[in-house]
Structures are given as C-alpha cells and as structure tokens.
Design a protein around this ligand. Sequence first.
Ligand SMILES: [Zn+2]
Ligand SMILES: [Zn+2]
Length: 354
Amino acid sequence: MQETMTAAYLPGNSTVEMRTVPVPTPGHGEVLLRMKASTICGSDIRCIYHEHLGKGPEGYQGVVAGHEPCGQIVAEGPGCRRFKTGDRVIVYHISGCGVCNDCRRGYMISCTSARYRRAYGWQRDGGMAEYMIAEEKDLIALPDALSYADGAQVACGFGTVYEGLEKIGIDGNHAVLITGLGPVGLATGALCRKLGANKIIGIDVVPERMKIALDLGLCDAVQASGPDNVAQVRELTGGFGVERAVDCSANNLARATAIRATRKWGKIVFLGEGGTVEFNPSPDIIHDQKTIYGSWVTSTWLMEELVERLVRWNLHPADIITHRFALDKAADAYALMASGKCGKVAVCQDEELK
Ligand SMILES: [Zn+2]
Ligand SMILES: [Zn+2]
C-alpha cells in the first residue's frame, strides 16, 4: 500500500490546488475507499470554487474537495458491522451525528448537531483524491449492475431529484416542466421518464444543455428561457399547463415560470439552491389550489431504494456524464463545470477512466 496520495483542494480563486498528503488510516467504524468516481456538483462551483461563500452546512473548511464519491473498500477500521474490503459503495455525502431526530430519519443532510455534522468535501475530506475515509454508517451498497460513475451520481444529484419527485408524485397522468437543465435537471428528465411521465418539457439558457436533454431523450420539448415560456408551456399542454413542475435553476424568473406554467391543483417542487423568487400568491397559487414543496437532498433509506430502482429500470445515471478527467486534470474538470457547457463532469480512476 502506498503511503502518500494526490488530493485536490479548492482555494477559492477559481483554481484547483493539488497536494501530496499521507494516505489516511481508517478509525473505529470507518473504511478506507479507493476512489473510482467523484463528480462535481453545482454547489461546489457556487459555494467553493469561485470563492468561499458557504456558511453553516455549506462552509468549506479547506478539506479535500468532492462530495459525490463512489469507490471500493480497501481497508476497514475496527468495529465495522456490515461492509468489508472489496465491497463497492456509494458515500451518502454528509456524515451526521447518527442520534438526532433528522439522522434517525436517515436525513443526515439536516443533522442538527453542530459538533458532529460534517459533509464530505466541505468539513471533512471528500472524494477528489486517490483514497478517502468514510464512516460505515454513511455507505450505500452499489449493486453490481451499476458502475462507480453511476453511483457517484446517486450520492447527490439523482438522490436529490428522486426525493423531490417522490414528494410531488409523478405518473402517467402528468406533464412535467423542468426549469434548469444542468445535471439536476437532466436527472429529473431521466427519472420522470422511468416514472412514466406523459410529457417532459425543459427550459434552459445554455444551448449545449438544451441539446443534451433532447439528444439523450430526457425531454420531449425544450424552450430557450424567455418571457413567453408560460404561454409556450400552455400551448404544449392543451392550453392548461403542466401537472408537475420541478425547479432546478434557482433563478427568480424560472421559478416564477415553474409556478405559473403549472395548472390548477398542480404541484411544484424547488430543488435549485440559493436566490429568490417573486410571485403573487392569490392568482399564482391560492386561487388555483397549487402546492409548492421544498426538498433538500434525500435520506439513506431512499438512496438504497433508488439504487434498487435504477437496476430494475436499467437506468444508468452515468449517461448524463459528458466529460471524464483523471485526478491530475481536476483543474480542467472544475473549469469546464464552471463554464456550464457540459452535462455532468467526473474525476475518475482505474476502470472508470476509459
Ligand atoms: Zn452535490
Ligand atoms: Zn444528527
């Protein structure tokens, strides 16, 4: 076993710093993972890469970057109960205290312990390295039918979307509007397809992303973002609007479009983080009996359910990865993700770097 490894850090000036650090040793209840795939999230760019904006759960503590890790266990510390060397695993990207109410529900994302809640890649070392330490309780078994790159996508993006879609419910009665076709929006299209949505409409500003959504068959129609979006969506839905809308943009105008393009009795979920929204409660939601949901990441048990569904549906989240980079090219990977001219971007090792 090598003694040192390469790891990527984000100093906050739109660069990536590569350092050589010791390979860590797993403590009690921890495992050492050989990293195979680690994908870049919009929140990494928004809160860390350009500058360190995050506060609280998004406060970056100068650790190894990367909160969407997937790899193989190469060593176990004492006290592990289920997982062992050789197992392929996804890491739920926040390690919670394990005993607060949120943790007991499986939502370590909203763990209320200021002392023990630490997100991988934010407050504790993440996946942009050759190896990483994870707590056994944060692991989800990766089925053989899924690749490590598929698994990395489950850690944050697909899990977050699945949770939001479960909240609003998606079935064959529904036309769905997706505002924002970044990786989360593309994941929304992929999951809505498998859940049986009747028609999927996407809106974005970046032509590359609109093209990916159509090329991969994740949307039936895409519109360039603009003042006519509500009218366009109504026209595509017999004049009524969609039954379900998912905002993945965090953009003020796009969120208002998601609300207004939803028909009477419809449901809207907000997944995109940050920003604001302006709408008029009486005409926009109250009189039309609409419901707006907020949804933050997902739980460990729903992630386990999702990987089972992915196998059943033969859905491979890695299909929305448009670019793979070796670890020593992590700087190029972050720069591309920051440009937005891509689908999902992954840093990979071994068999995942084809
Ligand atoms: Zn993420
Ligand atoms: Zn907790």
